[in-house]
Write a protein that binds this ligand. Structure first.
Ligand code: TPP
Length: 279
């Protein structure tokens, strides 16, 4: 278990990793990766019953994480590396030919920590619901966690999975959405407005929790409450900020899928150094 101060430091390191990886690759998705960094760090360091030593691809007898918004691969890879699933030096191979760190997660590459390929938005929640149902059938009491994007939630398949999971009372399924309000082309509300996202999930029969996605107390409390659900799948809506942690990247869709240049990397590192603590 990491302390709150340690989690903050790790999250700063993860944001540094994301910026460097995407910059070295010359392409990738830093904005949503940085809005998801705090809850992904909390999940892997303090919440999931899964470790680099115990992880297996079939996920039996342990918690499973599935990345539904596959373009957020940089945050998943950086968190996995900092948690010890593979060497951090490998992060520099993001998007390189033959690398285990493809631009979107691939199971063919056998990267420890990755159960499920992703990239076509909307599919991961269905996969996670299937794994959660399999765990119920196997009498495996571990949980399935899945990260969705808010832009991704414009996909019809998300809502089909929502019906399925509620119908099967998958209370071992804990989904969370990076509710940063931005997607590839602009604000979610301007592109394909979701309206009252909490009311929508409630109407689909899910337990919902809305909380601050950049406050570790709130994040850990939300995961704890989610773990106690009975009879309903859970959707945590993490209110977050695109590009969080670096002022010129924050709050705009312009950093959804763009690599920072050298000067921007240096400025970002300066800002993130200040929030590193002792990590
Ligand atoms: C089925 C499908 N349609 C379109 C895309 C292209 N695409 C990739 S990311 C993205 C926007 C996703 O927005 P959001 O989930 O909010 O992620 P964020 O912008 O916060 O990173 C789109 C349209 C895709 N990957 N898959």
């Amino acid at each position: 278990m990491a302390s709150k101060e340690e989690l903050k430091g790790i999250a700063s390191q993860v944001r540094r990793d994301i910026i460097r990886m995407v910059s070295m690759a010359g392409s990738g998705h830093p904005g949503g990766s940085m809005s998801s960094t705090d809850f992904m760090t909390a999940l892997y360091f303090n919440v999931m019953d899964q470790t680099p030593e115990t992880w297996t691809r079939d996920g039996k007898g342990q918690d499973v994480f599935i990345l539904s918004a596959g373009h957020l691969a940089p945050v998943l890879y950086a968190v996995l590396a900092r948690r010890g699933y593979f060497p951090a030096a490998e992060l520099g191979s993001l998007r390189k030919y033959g690398s285990r760190l493809q631009g979107h997660p691939s199971v063919q590459k056998n990267l420890p920590g990755v159960h499920q390929a992703a990239g076509s938005l909307g599919q991961g929640l269905s996969c996670a619901a299937g794994v959660a149902l399999a765990k119920k059938l196997d009498k495996d009491d571990k949980k399935v966690y899945v990260l969705c994007g808010d832009g991704e939630s414009e996909e019809g398949q998300i809502w089909e999975a929502g019906i399925f999971a509620a119908h099967h009372k998958l209370d071992n399924l804990i989904a969370f959405t990076d509710w940063n309000g931005q997607q590839i082309d602009g604000k979610v509300e301007d592109v394909g407005g979701l309206g009252d996202l909490q009311a929508k999930w409630e109407a689909f029969g899910w337990k919902t929790i809305v909380t601050d996605g950049h406050d570790f107390d709130a994040i850990l409390a939300a995961f704890e409450e989610a773990g106690k659900s009975e009879g309903k799948p859970v959707m945590i809506l993490f209110r977050s900020e695109m590009g969080h942690g670096v002022d010129f990247m924050a709050g705009t869709h312009k950093w959804h899928g763009k690599a920072p240049n050298q000067e921007q990397v240096e400025e970002a590192m300066k800002q993130l150094d200040e929030t590193m603590g002792d990590f």
